[in-house]
Design a protein around this ligand. Sequence first.
Ligand code: C2E
Ligand code: MG
Ligand code: MG
Ligand code: MG
Length: 281
Amino acid sequence: EIKKSGKNAVQFFTPSMNEAAQDRLRLESRLRTAIAGGDLTLHYQPQVDVLTGNLVGLEALARWTDQELGTVPPDQFIPVAEDTGLIVALGVWALDEACRQAAEWEVKVPIAVNVSPAQLIREEFPDVVRDTLARYGLPPRLLKLELTERLTIRDPVLAARQLGRLRDLGVRLSLDDFGAGQSVIASLMRLPLHELKLDRMLLANITEDPSSWGMMEALLSLAQSLDLPVVVEGVETSAQLNAMRAMGCGTVQGYLTGRPQHPASVFSLLSAGSPDEPNPS
Ligand code: C2E
Ligand code: MG
Ligand code: MG
Ligand code: MG
């Protein structure tokens, strides 16, 4: 690759560009090893009812600590996995691991698993989901798949067909990160969705900026008129939580109501029951 420097001279790879490329190659190779060796883990973040504080769901989030690289955040390794195709193997693993743990915990609330466009686009994906559920005897309604809009924009026909097959299996379908990128309102009507997740960007200035407040209210009301339950992501402050209550948002997921947690803590969370539940069964 050729890069023009400020003084109109043409340079080839600068040492730092070269280094960045090498870091990425190393990350890719370590990630490949980690996926093959089962070195990733899932953490789970609570989704809670905004009025009662009851646990209504858990989102599975991939975590990776490498012996050489240390802890690598998903925002770094997921894009690499997507660019290299490793996301397909990672996704198969995440789906399997989440269903295994959900069945072991005998969860009463759905476990949400993130699905990349590269997975969804594969003809066999719905069969993989069906087989994974069967392997652990997990009822389909206890699995929620979180999809992003990228595929649904690129290939709406394929997306609708795959989502239709998944819906017919009885799993729940959630549209993730709505309001973050190029969000298409028409997707909400066209796709067989059970839930809409509003991106945390929409919350950022909600208590200071009237237009952010207005935008959130409008989106919540749109979702309500489409009969689409909403999860608002990224609630960090009680002011934001109060705003969500005031607007009648149903479910929140954020650091305030619970960070992503190690499976061992999730197990005790589930066996303790929800804080506001007087008689956990
Ligand atoms: P996401 O699916 O939108 O997941 C929510 C992200 O927001 C998580 O980041 C979570 O830790 C973070 N978050 C939750 N509450 C708060 C909050 O109050 N404040 C802030 N600042 N952040 C909050 P995480 O775990 O780093 O994951 C980042 C992204 O990586 C995920 O975004 C998802 O797109 C992707 N990802 C993670 N695991 C998987 C996976 O197994 N498969 C696929 N395809 N993607 C995954
Ligand atoms: Mg998600
Ligand atoms: Mg999200
Ligand atoms: Mg996100």
